[in-house]
Design a protein around this ligand. Structure first.
Ligand code: ADP
Length: 174
């Protein structure tokens, strides 16, 4: 692979604590409302204005991405994507790929320089972690040569085990 202008990072942590990142990605639900996991953490940290703005954008479809303000979060934007429910929204591979693709395209459209992704669909939506990682990394890899505004793409993993898996796999795409 050639050298790209985009820096890729893997960190262990909380998606709501990415202070140096312009846009964080929410693993949302179709109604774009507070839920469990990532969506719960983001809505709680962002405050009520987020739920209100989201009402006018919902519902969204599987694989779709929409952008909002980040309210009380330390970021400029939140990009909300609806991941596939494993075993239900098929083909899952296509829908999960679309989440990453559409989030990246929306970031470019808004001239965003940095974005942080959680591991979409791997919590409540039941996507096997290793398969989801492969799709996430492959989709980001395919995007790299098209990047214009984006200079930093960060993957934020919640557990040690998930972090280690990403750390192990990231070099395969760089
Ligand atoms: P989905 O419904 O798309 O599966 P979840 O929010 O349930 O989304 O989980 C997606 C992934 O995010 C899981 O791997 C989960 O461990 C992780 N996660 C949960 N809370 C956070 C958080 N605050 N920051 C980053 N990752 C998180």
């Amino acid at each position: 692979m050639g050298t790209f202008e985009v820096k890729l990072e893997v960190v262990k942590g909380d998606i709501t604590q990415q202070k140096d990142i312009s846009a964080i990605v929410n693993a949302a639900n179709a109604e774009l409302q507070i839920g469990s996991g990532v969506a719960g953490a983001i809505h709680t940290a962002a405050g009520e204005g987020l739920a209100e703005e989201c009402r006018s954008l919902a519902p969204i479809k599987t694989g779709e991405a929409v952008i909002t303000d980040a309210y009380s979060l330390p970021n400029e934007y939140i990009i909300h994507v609806l991941g596939p429910i494993y075993g239900f929204n098929q083909p899952e591979v296509k829908f999960l790929g679309h989440c990453y693709e559409h989030a990246l395209a929306l970031a470019e459209k808004h001239n965003i320089e940095s974005i942080a992704f959680p591991a979409i669909s791997t919590g409540a939506f039941g996507y096997p972690f290793e398969e989801a990682t492969e799709i996430a990394l492959k989709t980001v890899q395919n995007f790299l040569s098209k990047a214009r505004s984006l200079k930093l793409i960060r993957f934020v993993l919640f557990s040690d085990e998930d972090f280690k898996h990403y750390e192990e796999k990231l070099p395969s795409i760089t």
